[in-house]
Design a protein around this ligand. Structure first.
Ligand code: IVH
Length: 722
């Protein structure tokens, strides 16, 4: 048994508690509660006990007593809520072999680079053959199935690659996953990996049904498959008709094949579905043919593909090639281009974002793009509609876009479909130019285009000046607050937050954390909301309670301050290190804003615009009140600046600019951070390296002026050893 801070006797702990101030008591109870919850989940989900039963009972009794004797302190309802039902949450599974991701390429040059890189790494001569398997890249969610002595033992999701969710019961409802592998030669332990997906036809049928029943429809087959697999009610998973393609493996107790293709053959023999478009290729030409063939037929297939995966066939070669950060060197994904379609604009709607930006959205005559019905597409901004790019230069030969026009739409993966072009030949003679509103359509405040002081340019985005008087901005920030990269509170998806906001249940982030108490005291009635029942409500409370502790950088990011994205939130929090320092910064700004500004300027990496935006946020009294209310319910943990191991770029300050072909810019940034570098958004004298992709823009000039080392994508890849 491990030691913990509760090993003292109940009486001692109670005395200690009685001597605390009110806020300290709240903290004490919250700590104890989270300790108990951790024990619950460890016990129920992993059958592990960190404390003895007697000690656990003692602490639970103590918690009960303290909550009952201190009615002025509201508990979270931990004891009297539904209880902690482990079956309602998925147990975590540690992947013995991590579930990695793939690097992407987008064109034939990428294929040549991949082959050359592999050949170079393996030192293959020009006569040495290199077999590469090509497989469709299925757009579903990956899963791993652990078979012990041929019996399906555990099925889990990928999760973060190291740890996934145990969804064995759900996986067992998938009709084409064998529960038993009959082959007597199957290894004692084998972990079969592949993609769980929903057929397009089943997705359409499901959506039609949802629509008929007045329920919210789903966005695409992939998200639906993911939600269906991870449903707490196994019967729902079963009713959703999911399928599985096997294409990889994790842990294996004995090696049974020499090549990937051979392994796929065994999967097939054992009763797994393997994709019929899996090819063995011997040359670059073969690979391109496999890719083109699949691209030609992809719309006709009953499942979504987003590219082709190339895998070095020999397992001995795979072993030698190994991995680079989170992707194998022996495999790569060649993405398909976005799918296109032409349709008519029925209307143009202006949506107001969380930062007040007015975004024009084309309401379209529904059109099927690669199997998904598209009804809306972004028109980006006012200038785009007029036929101008962000530099004020003419695009589409200066053609504007009007209601009634025939336009070309592209859709790629999960990204919002975009209008890319207009068909002038089909324009109705009576059509009128679209007049972009100068007032916010939600709150009526004036909407303005800001002048960027450093570039002297007027922004192409028009913004509502109503701030927190604008309902759309308030709702937008609440939706942002609970979103996945921010506080990640599940259960507020879809239109839920809008409903809670419209009904006056949640007006600011702090209200989220008092919902359970208000429900218990009959101040609100969540059960009367459409679509809400005991189960969904209790699940929501549980998700909220799981997010009562957050790191400072996540906290800052969740506030949704303009210009403070994930990266800047990290930099700001590294500077502040604790919530106490953030609170004292608020005091400091009130005395002397310049002083506060100077303190931040010392920090390399944060530009003036960013710091100014952060300080302005803290200077606004309404924001400070929101922040203080929030801090009554959540705990913000300090940022510990970790010094990473020595790499070629550790300790250096890097700036990335332009488009990258072998990876997204954010992937490159993540990689740099993992290797101990600091990633900054603008070039300054403190920058060590500027990494440039295609169309790098003005940063190059500044770097040249400052004599900063500039490297291109190829050099970057060799620097980080790909
Ligand atoms: S192999 C070590 N093969 O793509 C590499 N992945 O970006 C393991 N995917 O998470 C992946 N079809 O969800 C592989 N034929 C295929 C695939 C495939 C789809 C997905 C998978 C993975 C992601 C990687």
């Amino acid at each position: 048994m491990k030691m913990n801070k509760y090993t003292k006797s109940s009486d001692f702990l109670k005395k200690e508690f009685d001597n605390l101030s009110r806020t300290e008591k709240v903290d004490f109870l919250r700590d104890l509660e989270s300790f108990l919850k951790n024990q619950d989940s460890a016990y129920y989900q992993s059958n592990i006990s960190n404390v003895s039963d007697a000690e656990y009972d003692k602490l639970k009794l103590l918690y009960d007593k303290l909550i009952t004797n201190n009615p002025q302190i509201k508990g979270s309802g931990y004891l009297d809520s539904v209880g902690y039902k482990p079956s309602e949450k998925f147990e975590k599974v540690n992947h013995k072999v991590p579930m990695l991701s793939l690097s992407n390429i987008f064109d034939s040059d990428g294929v040549i680079d991949f082959i050359e890189r592999v050949r170079r790494y393996l030192s293959l001569g020009s006569n040495d053959n290199l077999e590469i398997v090509s497989e469709p890249k299925i757009d579903g969610l990956s899963a791993t199935l652990i078979y012990i002595n041929g019996n399906l033992h555990v099925g889990a999701t990928r999760g973060d690659g190291s740890q996934g969710e145990n969804v064995t019961q759900n996986i067992k409802t998938i009709s084409n996953i064998p529960h038993k592998i009959e082959d007597p030669n199957v290894p004692e332990i084998i972990e079969i990996r592949g993609e769980i997906y929903m057929k397009k036809s089943d997705f359409f049928e499901l959506n039609e049904r949802m629509q008929k029943e007045g329920k919210q429809t789903y966005v695409n087959p992939r998200n639906t498959a993911s939600g269906s697999l991870r449903h707490l009610d196994v019967n729902v998973t079963k009713s959703r008709k999911l399928y599985f393609f096997a294409y990889a493996w994790g842990e294996i107790s004995t090696n049974i094949a020499g090549s990937h293709f051979e392994m796929i053959g065994l999967f097939k023999k054992w009763g797994f579905d393997v994709n019929p478009y899996t090819n063995l290729n011997n040359s670059y030409e073969d690979l391109i043919r496999s890719y083109d063939d699949l691209n030609d037929i992809r719309s006709s297939l009953d499942y979504d593909l987003d590219g082709v995966v190339y895998k070095v066939n020999s397992l001995a070669y795979q072993d030698r090639l190994g991995f680079i950060s989170r992707s194998p060197r022996w495999a790569i994904a060649h993405k398909f281009p976005s799918e296109k379609a032409t349709t008519k604009i029925l209307d143009i709607e202006i949506q107001v974002g969380r930062t007040g930006s007015l975004t024009p959205v084309a309401k379209l005559e529904p059109v099927n793009i690669g199997g998904v019905v598209v009804r809306n597409a972004t028109l980006h901004n006012e200038d785009f509609i007029k036929g101008l790019n962000s530099e004020g230069e003419s695009i589409r030969d200066g053609a504007d876009i009007r209601i009634g026009d025939q336009v070309q739409i592209i859709r790629s993966g999960d990204v919002i479909p975009k209008v890319v072009d207009v068909n002038m030949k089909d324009r109705n003679k009576d059509s009128e130019e679209f007049i972009f509103p100068e007032n916010c359509p939600i709150c009526g405040s004036s909407a303005e285009r800001e002048l960027n002081e450093s570039t002297g340019k007027v922004s192409s985005v028009r913004r509502c000046t109503g701030g927190l008087y604008c309902n759309s901005q308030i709702l937008g920030s609440l939706e942002f607050f609970v979103s996945r990269d921010a506080m990640n509170i599940e259960g507020f998806g879809g239109k839920s937050m809008e409903l809670f906001y419209d009904m006056g249940l949640v007006n600011e982030p702090g209200d989220i954390y008092t919902l359970q108490d208000r429900q218990a005291q009959d101040q609100v009635d969540i059960l009367s909301l459409e679509g809400w029942g005991e189960l969904s409500m209790n699940n929501l409370f549980q998700s909220i309670n799981e997010r009562r502790s957050v790191s400072l950088d996540k906290f800052i990011y969740s506030l949704g301050i303009r210009h403070i994205g994930v990266n800047n939130a990290k930099l700001v929090s590294q500077q502040l290190t604790s919530i106490e320092n953030l609170l004292s910064t608020i005091e400091k700004i009130h005395h002397d804003r310049d002083d506060a500004l100077q303190a931040f300027i010392q920090n390399d990496g944060l530009g003036k615009v960013v710091i100014s935006s952060f300080l302005s946020f803290l200077q606004n009294e309404r924001n400070v009140s929101i922040l203080r209310n929030l801090l009554k319910s959540i705990r913000v943990t300090d940022v510990i600046n970790v010094i990473s191991e020595d790499t070629a770029i550790s300790g250096l300050s890097l700036v990335f600019t332009g488009k990258f072909s072998s990876m997204s810019r954010s992937e490159a940034k993540d990689q740099a951070e993992r290797m101990g570098a600091k990633v900054l958004s603008s070039v300054s004298a403190r920058t060590d390296i500027l990494v440039i992709g295609e169309d790098p823009g003005s940063k190059i000039k500044k770097a040249e002026e400052l004599g900063i080392r500039i490297i291109d994508e190829k050099e970057w890849l060799s620097l980080v050893d790909f």
